[in-house]
Design a protein around this ligand. Structure first.
Ligand code: ADP
Ligand code: MG
Length: 352
């Protein structure tokens, strides 16, 4: 067990690192953030900050020597340099390696007996065209690596768009997926302990636009709720197969044919921000508990329902109005300019 008072390393200094750091501090830990930026959001609320490149093995080794355990809040990290952290890294490098490559991720999910959308590797424009022939339109091309918030994706809505979609993702190695007609999106967030125990929060139904999460509503209702138990079983199997320690998120499409996995994130997730006020134990605190080997907290709901809305780009200008609503829990991430598409904060409302 890593006891309160110890230092926890967090690789990545974005808003997820910031909220992890706040949760860790409440339990008496100190956090050390490792991030290449000058003033990342997490550094404002952490005891220590190293500005370093994610590929700088010497800097990572020094960081590793200063912490009792290290975790990551971001999956687009080179795996090789992290080997200097050895067994201090939780979750381990396998979770990272699988989640950061969409082709490996989908094969892995299928090997766990879960279903994904029809897909294939597309390493050239010819393979993208072949996917159009095989699956029919619409198709979405997604770069195998480095995509997030809908970035690195291009749709092919008619066969003549294959070339321009390939150009739009800059000819990067990709996967081609059939664009599917889901009736909802939802996520399963699970915390797994090293001994293999799983703790699930209620699933959120998630609404995206332009590839970015806008709103999460908990619990799921109606025909979406009917898919949660199958989805949880899949998420539990994926977590076990990864040997995952900490929080793992699995995003699903709810379809007429049952739940299909969209993607996994080996970390706390935007669709779990509601747990800060809406659950007995937040995803951030539970992740800290799991990686430190503490007893688990209850993932049960603190109220009947919760709604989390992201503040994206200029949405953040509404902060004063939101504060005027006494039931609204406002979170601002302390980021610089409110560029379009940038996640600046969120607001959660819990119905008691
Ligand atoms: P990111 O890593 O950017 O979150 P996702 O693969 O989750 O990438 O895609 C972002 C969003 O785009 C999804 O939440 C969904 O709304 C939409 N989307 C992605 N893939 C498909 C698909 N195959 N069919 C229909 N919609 C999709
Ligand atoms: Mg996603």
């Amino acid at each position: 067990m890593i006891e309160p008072g110890s230092t926890i390393g967090i690789i990545g200094g974005g808003q997820l690192g910031r909220m992890l750091s706040v949760a860790a501090a409440r339990l008496g830990y100190k956090c050390h953030i490792f991030d290449p930026h000058e003033a990342p959001p997490a550094a404002d609320v952490a005891a220590h900050f190293t500005r370093g490149d994610f590929t700088d093995a010497a800097a990572l080794r020094a960081f590793g020597n200063s912490v009792a355990v290290a975790t990551y809040e971001f999956e687009n990290l080179a795996v090789e340099p992290l080997k200097v952290l050895e067994d201090k890294l939780r979750p381990g490098a396998t979770s990272l390696a699988v989640a950061q490559d969409r082709a490996r991720e989908k094969s892995f999910i299928e090997s766990c007996g879960a279903r994904v959308v029809p897909w294939c590797v597309a390493s050239s424009v010819e393979e993208a065209r072949a996917a159009v022939v095989e699956f029919g339109c619409p198709i979405v091309l997604k770069t195998r690596r480095y995509g997030y918030d809908g970035k690195g994706q291009a749709w092919i809505r008619s066969p003549d768009e294959a070339e321009s979609a390939w150009q739009a993702i800059a000819g990067e190695p990709a996967v081609a997926e059939r664009g599917i007609d889901f009736f909802a999106e939802f996520s399963v967030i699970v915390a797994r302990w090293a001994e293999g125990h799983h703790f699930f929060w209620d699933s959120a139904e998630n609404v995206h636009s332009d590839g970015i999460l806008r709103r999460s509503t908990v619990p799921c209702t109606g025909r979406v709720a009917l898919q949660v138990s199958e989805a949880r079983e899949a998420a539990g199997r994926i977590a076990d197969a990864l040997g995952h320690i900490g929080v793992l998120t699995v995003e699903f499409f709810a379809t007429a044919d049952g739940p299909l996995v969209n993607e996994i994130a080996p970390r706390v997730h935007n669709s779990g921000h509601w747990t800060i006020e809406g659950a007995v134990t937040s995803q951030f605190e539970q992740h800290i508990r799991a990686i430190c080997g503490l007893p688990p907290g209850s993932p049960g709901m603190a109220g009947r329902s919760a709604i989390m809305e992201n503040l994206i780009g200029e949405d953040v200008e509404r902060w004063e109005d939101i504060l005027g609503d006494p039931g609204a829990h406002l979170h601002l991430y302390g980021k610089g300019p409110a560029r379009p598409g940038r996640k600046m904060g969120h607001v959660t409302r819990v119905l008691l």
